[in-house]
Design a protein. Structure first.
Length: 81
């Protein structure tokens, strides 16, 4: 199991208004994939990106990447911690 950080960036079209909706969808994808959520950060008022730290094996990570990039290809970064 490795640790990854998922970062929801500003969307060009919607700005930060769409970020909470996207973050909720991401949490649902993570729960469905079996990845463990370690920490969540929501700071809309500060204008900083939202972050979720997870632990996942390679199979879980592939499921998460496929599901997330299908819906939000330019709004999400997945970084290894």
């Amino acid at each position: 199991m490795k640790t990854y950080e998922i970062v929801v960036k500003k969307d060009r079209k919607y700005g930060l208004e769409k970020s909470p909706y996207v973050m909720g969808r991401i949490i649902g994808i993570l729960e469905g994939s079996g990845a463990d959520v370690i920490k969540q950060t929501f700071r809309i008022s500060e204008g900083s990106p939202m972050r979720v730290c997870i632990t996942a094996n390679d199979e879980q990570l592939n499921r998460v990447k496929t599901a997330i990039t299908k819906s939000y290809p330019f709004m999400i970064d997945i970084v290894k911690c």
